[in-house]
Design a protein around this ligand. Structure first.
Ligand SMILES: [Zn+2]
Length: 275
């Protein structure tokens, strides 16, 4: 375990709080533990790419694993599922359109991941783009969005089109202002450096970058973020803004007709960004 930035707790909407804690894995992954509001010693794990740090945290803190949520099939998100299930039984939920371990209940948009004994329920959004079948889990004032939305950025397009990813990010941007954004990687500082290349005059981005640099210097996580902030700083959620459109057109050397075209240009720009 390590220090989290500030918001370990996300509002449930009824005065109670959803407790979510990170487990650090690999070089920059976050595996999230969602604590049951009914029994905080029971947790649901999101995208356990590596079993070892999850096992260590469960043992150290006397926690019981009571469920697994999977957003997409990449190994750094599912690599620990089988090992975790060798020793215990827990329901697994995953995307309907992808092959993932653990014989999950297969979910698509409109479905819910229900864990009634834990007092937890999440609705599912289809958010294709990073992978073809990527899903996100929304509930209790939080979204678990895997590699679709990052703080200040978004996932690479490995299997989907710019049109798909643009629409997926639009769904996430449309969640409530105060929705806590639990993404799966600590990419915020490099994302914000790119965001400032796109919008050099965005004071919100400049201020947030300084805040995140200070947090990282203290070895603190910069996530969860919150949707309101992402709408203000994340260029991939701002493809409708004139500043972002003009920067993309300057980069592309041509007029861009719509948001997916703007998105496609800044996504390619980010892929090549070394600044
Ligand atoms: Zn991924």
């Amino acid at each position: 375990m390590f220090n989290t930035a500030c918001d370990d707790f996300a509002p449930l909407g009824s005065g109670t709080m959803l407790q979510v804690t990170p487990v650090r894995a690999f070089s920059d992954n976050y595996i999230w533990l969602i604590h049951s509001p009914r029994n905080p010693a029971s947790v649901v794990v999101v995208d356990p790419g590596d079993a070892a740090p999850v096992e260590r945290t469960l043992n150290e803190q006397g926690l019981k694993l009571a469920g697994v949520l999977i957003t997409h099939h990449h190994p750094d998100h599912v690599g620990g599922v089988s090992a975790l299930l060798q020793r215990r039984q827990a329901p697994v939920f995953g995307p309907a359109g992808e092959r993932v371990p653990g014989e999950p209940t297969k979910l698509r948009e409109g479905d819910e991941a229900n864990l009634p004994a834990l007092g937890l329920s999440f609705r599912v959004l289809d958010v294709p783009g990073h992978t073809a079948g990527h899903i996100a889990y929304v509930g209790h004032g939080a979204v678990f969005c895997g590699d679709t939305l990052f703080s200040g950025g978004c996932g690479r397009l490995f299997e989907g089109t710019p049109e798909q990813m643009s629409a997926s990010l639009g769904k996430l941007a449309g969640l409530g202002d105060d929705t806590q954004v639990y993404c799966a990687h600590e990419y915020t500082v490099s994302n914000l450096r790119f965001a400032l290349a796109v919008e050099p005059d965005n004071a919100d981005t400049a201020n947030y970058l300084e805040e995140c640099r200070a947090r990282r210097a203290r070895d603190e996580a910069t996530v969860p973020s919150v949707i309101r902030r992402e709408r203000n700083v994340n260029p991939f959620l701002r493809c409708d803004r004139e500043t972002v459109k003009q920067a993309a057109e300057a980069r592309a050397g041509r007029r861009l007709q719509n948001q997916p075209e703007v998105f496609a240009v800044i996504r390619q720009w980010k892929d090549a960004f070394r600044g």
